[in-house]
Design a protein around this ligand. Structure first.
Ligand code: SF4
Length: 324
């Protein structure tokens, strides 16, 4: 049984109000399914506004879903009242994108790391030991140099390391890492990603790694879920999807990767032409059809392709790969 099962999850936000009901909905997540085993890493890729952050927050139940199902460790938590979710909050954690705003500026590093342990009623002596160990694990050494510091006294990279230590100090079973390196200097991104990977693997933590950059996912991911305009358009084992991407949008993302030859610094990144569509009024049929070079008129623009398994464990939502 997977640790986490997500079925046809939808998170819609009402916009504007009519006389009796909301006028429209932003369909930020609109029918996403996946599973995650203990210790497995799922990379969720998509452009800004594709719904990936909303997906991560909904799975953590920081946002209430509109429809679908979230099952964690065999328990359905989809609509469980917040008051009954303490055990789930204690089993999960989040690494935030912005290391500059995710730490309380009035708290020392010691208190920032101790706080989740205080909530779990860990005795003071044990807390102190766990804090020192957490700092050592993220290579903020010697720990004594950092305990009394405030976030503004740290570099961006050091702040994100504190954020990682805070997320992992309680040994969660599942974490969501939302673009954890996108605001950091390029020179330290790979180092921080491999640190996250080694700690996640050491403690067998399942992880959802959210990113717009498929190149960084290779450091971490076992599985890949590609989102476009709130929809999962391709999902499967990371290597299979990268080796043989089936959806034209996934193909475009992979083509946009920088040249692996580091001497070829002048290579211009190709991006999929066009803009992501509105999530309030998405295009009819396949949401990618206005940008898709393979669009079949009268078909792709009329009917929405379902996400179907075309190879073992490899799913795609594209009429080019669905037998009718
Ligand atoms: Fe392109 Fe049609 Fe496939 Fe959509 S369903 S990705 S428009 S070929």
């Amino acid at each position: 049984m997977p640790l986490l099962e997500v079925h046809d999850l939808k998170t819609w936000f009402p916009v504007g109000r009519g006389l009796f009901k909301p006028v429209k909905y932003v369909k930020a997540v609109d029918g996403v399914s996946f599973t995650l085993d203990a210790g497995e890493v799922l990379a969720v890729i998509g452009e800004s506004g594709s719904g990936k952050t909303t997906l991560g927050r909904t799975v953590l139940r920081l946002i209430r879903p509109t429809a679908g199902k979230i099952v964690f460790d065999g328990k359905d938590i989809t609509y469980a009242p917040d008051a009954s979710l303490k055990w789930y909050r204690f089993s999960t954690a989040m690494i935030f994108q912005d290391p500059f705003s995710s730490l309380n500026p009035y708290h020392t590093v010691q208190y920032i790391l101790e706080e989740p342990l205080i909530l779990r009623k860990v005795p003071p002596q044990e807390r102190r030991e766990l804090v020192v160990k957490a700092l050592e694990e993220v290579k903020l050494v010697p720990p004594e140099d950092f305990l009394k510091k405030y976030p503004h006294m740290l570099s961006g990279g050091q702040r994100q390391l504190v954020g990682i230590a805070r997320a992992l100090i309680t040994r969660p079973r599942f974490i969501v890492a939302d673009e954890p390196v996108s605001m950091l200097d390029v020179s330290i991104r790979a180092e921080i990603l491999s640190l996250i990977r080694s700690l996640q693997s050491k403690y067998n933590i399942a992880m959802m790694y959210i990113t717009h950059d498929i190149a960084t996912a290779k450091y971490l991911a076992d599985k890949l879920l590609v989102m476009y305009a709130g929809k999962a358009v391709e999902y499967g084992p990371f290597r299979d999807v990268i080796k043989e991407p089936l959806h034209p949008y996934t193909q475009a993302l992979i083509e946009a990767l920088p040249d692996p030859d580091p001497t070829n610094r002048l290579k211009i990144r190709k991006v999929p032409p066009g803009e992501p569509p509105s999530l309030v009024n998405p295009p009819t049929g396949c949401r990618f059809h206005p940008r898709c070079p393979y669009m079949i008129k009268g078909e792709c623009d009329k009917e929405e392709p379902p996400l179907v398994e075309v190879k073992r464990g490899h799913y795609v939502a594209c009429w080019l790969h669905i037998k009718r």
